[in-house]
Design a protein around this ligand. Structure first.
Ligand SMILES: *Cc1c(COP(=O)(O)O)cnc(C)c1O
Length: 393
């Protein structure tokens, strides 16, 4: 048997007709940037997450993080506390806006940032906390929000892996000041290319993100500049007035980005969003089989408890003989992942001397097993039998 780690083709074929019809509709419309398809998807995503939410599409999850950080007015030199156990983009986005990522260690049982570790890293330069709902598991958001309120910090959720996960009955991506999603093809809601979104319930933050994703231009740019710099509209008008041109039309008010979500991606994501809950449920069923039947000689993920419901982006086991297990899986043609073999504080560009032992142990032990909605039960059985046999040898 040959079991891929992920099989995008099968999912494409399930929705091929609907996706192609939508994509062709966008092509025919010639409304490729902004417009109806993007707005519709943004509204659908916001409604999916919860009441009073706003969603702003952008180019990628990485851009979503940069836009969200800048919307929170994080400045060069400011410190942002984040987890060491995540995809590189989490830290990269902080560095890319000139701020400094400060890495905290994780909780042993679910790989999320350890709130106690956050507190011990707060300095007078700390401006925000950036928790990552890694593998689909919600962070300890009550504790994190309490810390943030006490120390007057912003909270930016990296929910790139956790669309549909909940914490105490609320969707992740609605819990901090602002949140970031990725629609990279391998994510639970994956597009046919790059894409991302920033979500927030705060209108002012949304205004700044709208402005930054389009070069800080126009009326939205002016408003965003006022919000970020605490200046009034009268001031803006007097500063920028001219007899020759409309100040709102021809001025850029912030150094922003070109980071829009393509209409064609938005239309495809609108199709797939309708099925997201059923995709996530299919993943949950597979996780339940792994949990029940995998040997206790590997450590199984403890992602879920009474407060946390996972979208099961990854099913991650820990074992002491990772190399040998990976070799075995490879020889049996079973796909696997090893997220994340290098914790962020050990990345060459960061090169921390400090040791974060829990993240380092996780990096040395984690093996991600296939978990995607179209994975067949016979394939899950084959994976489980293969691992159990290996662990018994
Ligand atoms: C995928 C991912 C990102 C980046 O998203 P892109 O769309 O690939 O830019 C950021 N953070 C985490 C945790 C991710 O998994």
């Amino acid at each position: 048997m040959n079991v891929p780690f992920l099989d995008l083709k099968t999912q494409y074929h399930v929705f091929q007709h609907e996706i192609e019809e939508k994509a062709l509709e966008v092509l025919e419309s010639c409304s490729y940037i902004g417009g109806k398809y993007v707005k519709d998807f943004e509204d659908q995503l916001a409604a999916y997450l919860g009441e009073n939410m706003l969603a702003i599409g952008c180019n990628s999850g990485t851009d979503a993080l940069m836009l969200a950080l800048r919307a929170c007015n994080i400045q060069p030199g400011d410190e942002v506390i984040t987890t060491s156990f995540s995809f590189f983009a989490t830290a990269e986005a902080i560095s890319a806006i000139g701020a400094v990522p400060v890495f905290a260690d994780i909780r042993e049982n679910d790989f999320t940032i350890n709130p106690e570790q956050i507190v011990s890293r707060i300095t007078n330069k700390t401006k925000a906390i950036l928790p990552v709902h890694i593998f689909g598991t919600s962070c300890q958001m009550d504790e994190i929000m309490d810390i943030a309120h006490t120390h007057n910090l912003k909270v930016i959720e990296d929910a790139a892996q956790a669309i549909g996960s909940t914490y105490k009955g609320r969707k992740v991506g609605t819990l901090g000041d602002v949140a970031c999603f990725s629609f990279y093809p391998t994510k639970n809601l994956g597009g046919c290319g790059d894409g991302g979104a920033v979500t927030t319930s705060e209108k002012n933050l949304a205004t700044i993100v709208y402005a930054l994703r389009e070069h800080g231009a126009g009326k939205t740019g002016a408003k965003a500049r006022e919000l970020l710099n605490g200046i009034s509209e009268d001031q803006t008008i007097s500063e920028y007035s001219s007899d020759l041109y409309d100040p709102y039309k021809y001025y850029n008010y912030l150094i922003g980005y070109n980071s829009r979500l393509d209409a064609i991606q938005a239309a495809i994501l609108s199709v797939k969003l309708k099925y997201l809950d059923s995709f996530n449920l299919a993943r949950k069923r597979i996780a339940a089989i792994y949990n029940e039947r995998l040997t206790d000689k590997v450590i199984k993920p403890a992602y879920e408890d009474s407060t946390s419901n996972s979208c099961w982006h990854q099913y991650v086991i820990r074992c002491n003989n990772k190399r040998a297990l990976c070799d075995r899986l490879m020889s049996l043609n079973i796909g696997y992942g090893t997220f994340y073999p290098v914790p962020l504080h050990k990345q060459k560009v960061y090169g921390y001397n400090e040791s974060l032992p829990v993240a380092e142990a996780a990096a040395a032990q984690t093996v991600c097993l296939p978990i995607f909605p179209e994975l067949k039960e016979t394939e899950v059985d084959y994976i489980i039998d293969s691992i159990n046999k290996f662990m018994d040898e």
